[in-house]
Design a protein around this ligand. Structure first.
Ligand code: NAD
Length: 503
């Protein structure tokens, strides 16, 4: 089996080799927290060779709407690892999101966000919370394919792919195994989106079966996020698609109280990028009060990703000890608990002082607990028999009575195809729709073979693509405005399209 090793296992020969990293100092508080973080890494003997890259506000303002210079791409491609401080996206002028550009261009398919509560040192109602959210990063509604189809209707395509699902779900289980985690929970909405979220869930079940030592379960995203918010201690690793993951990773960070403390990783097959989850905090830039913890935690993830798990643990434990001893920056300072209000660089100095110490009340970091490596097999497509069995033709029509358009479509020359049904916003309105259903100007008209006797799951007849084209010509000539078509296929005899509500 062809595989790609994404996370290096710690072995004595690579234990403390030089790790070359493309380092972006970012904007706002970025340079302050990056300087503090790199100081700690150096003191811990992480052996990082930082190569600075120019990205962010300065690059945007110089007229580069992508916010990243060509030389930065070269450095990234050479080093494969990026440590990035937050950047400021200037308002207006059509600047592109640099994060999206980096994520998509570099194939960073997994967004990994460990969310931990540090009570009582950071206020939260959920002491003991320790959840890792693994979010798919490239697909779903974030493919950004949107169209206005009629005056009343706009559409955003939700694209879920089998290779995308396999990669992210496998990554979640491999992550659990690499870091000694016990359970992976899948969150989907496949009671409604049976094909897209259904595929994610199917792949989850297939891959979960290969990891019998890791507990697995799945939840519908709505109740899942509610339960996560109410009882986060029941979760360990969560894997989900892009939009759901975006939302629940913010819920998780917020309830843990750790928005300012959490790091995150964007992992690709060849490149990985590590950053804090917070922004560039322009309101406190230059004041020397920023908390470097989010970026430091991202750097800990980076070290463990490159196989330097023990050094990562040393730094994390020194950081936890510093929190416990009450040395706090302004954002987490609490009169009753903190011992001393420290600046960014004083905080870094305290972490360095504590290298070699372990926390006494917060859990000790043990990133070296699992098997250490993450291996993702190369995707292999299985051949399936794909048969064309009909077409959904979307028509822009300003009328409101479904019987008028339905009867008209039954009477046109249809080249051995027949109208099976019409839906409006997914609800069947013809034949035999409900008068109460509100109809827009967007009518989905399903045509199948004239002899097909379709009853629920029964097999459809094969149809000829040329007939579908002829049907469209016929509709056009009769004055119907076709705004989009969607072919209906069976794959290995299984229906590859959803039924209309009420069909
Ligand atoms: P923000 O996270 O920068 O700030 C929100 C609040 O949290 C502010 O009050 C800030 O002072 C505080 N804060 C954030 N990080 C802190 C830290 N380390 N220590 C102490 N306090 C901290 O969010 P925002 O104000 O909405 O965004 C500011 C800029 O950052 C925007 O231009 C936005 O586009 C950008 N941004 C960048 C990234 C990134 O590069 N990954 C992420 C989010 C936002």
């Amino acid at each position: 089996m062809n595989t790609t090793q994404i996370k290096q296992k710690e072995v004595s020969t690579i234990k403390n080799n030089v790790t070359k990293v493309a380092v972006a100092y970012g904007d706002g508080i970025g340079p302050e927290i990056m300087t503090a973080t790199l100081r700690i890494l150096e003191a811990a003997g992480a052996n990082i060779k930082a190569e600075k890259i120019e990205i962010g506000e300065k690059v945007y303002v110089s007229g580069n709407s992508a916010g990243i210079e060509k030389s930065a791409w070269e450095t990234i491609n050479r080093n494969k690892i990026i440590l990035k401080a937050p950047i400021t996206t200037p308002q207006g002028k059509g600047y592109k999101s640099l994060n999206v550009t980096l994520r998509k261009s570099l194939g960073l398919f997994a967004n990994v966000r460990p969310v931990t509560a540090y009570a009582p040192y950071v206020e939260t109602n959920f002491a003991g919370m320790d959840v890792v959210i693994v979010r798919e990063n490239e697909e779903d509604l974030y493919a950004g394919i949107e169209h206005q189809q009629t005056q009343d209707v706009v559409q955003c395509l939700k694209l879920i792919t089998r290779p995308g699902c396999e990669k992210i779900v496998r990554y979640a289980f491999e992550y659990a195994q690499a870091y000694g985690r016990k359970k992976v929970t899948c969150m989907v909405k496949d009671n409604i989106m049976k094909l897209t979220d259904g595929l994610f869930h199917t792949v989850f079940k297939e891959i979960a079966a290969e990891y019998p030592n890791i507990e697995s379960n799945s939840q519908i995203i709505d109740i899942g996020s509610a339960r996560l918010a109410a009882n986060p201690k029941n979760y360990d690793v969560i894997v989900t698609s892009n939009l759901y993951g975006d939302i629940i990773s913010d819920i998780a960070a917020e309830i843990a109280g750790s928005v300012g403390m959490a790091g995150s990783a964007n992992i690709g097959t060849n490149v990985a990028m590590f950053e804090a989850i917070h922004g560039s905090a322009p309101d406190i830039a230059g004041k020397k009060i920023a908390n470097p913890s989010g970026l430091l935690n991202a750097a800990v993830m980076m070290l463990s990703h490159v196989g330097k798990t023990k050094i990562a643990d040393t730094i994390k434990n020194a950081w936890l000890t510093t929190l416990e001893k009450g040395y706090h920056t302004a954002d987490v300072f609490q009169e009753a608990i903190s011992k001393e209000l420290v600046s960014t660089s004083e905080f870094a100095a305290k972490v360095i002082e504590n290298l070699g110490n372990q926390p006494t009340t917060l859990p000790i970091s043990n990133l070296a607990a699992g098997n250490g490596e993450i291996v993702i097999p190369t995707y292999k497509r299985k051949n399936q028999k794909q048969v064309l069995v009909g077409v959904d033709i979307f028509i822009n029509w300003k009328g409101t009575d479904a019987n008028i358009i339905g009867d008209a479509l039954c009477n046109i020359e249809a080249f051995n195809l027949k109208l099976k049904m019409i839906t409006n916003r997914g609800v069947k309105v013809y034949p035999e729709g409900m008068k109460e259903t509100y109809c827009t100007d967007h009518w989905r008209c399903r045509f199948v073979d004239i002899n097909a006797k379709i009853d629920g799951e029964k097999v459809y007849n094969q149809v000829d693509f040329e007939k579908i084209i002829a049907l469209q010509s016929s509709l056009h000539n009769e004055g119907f405005q076709i705004i989009k078509t969607e072919n209906l296929y069976e794959f290995d005899g299984k229906r590859g399209f959803s039924l209309g509500q009420g069909e």
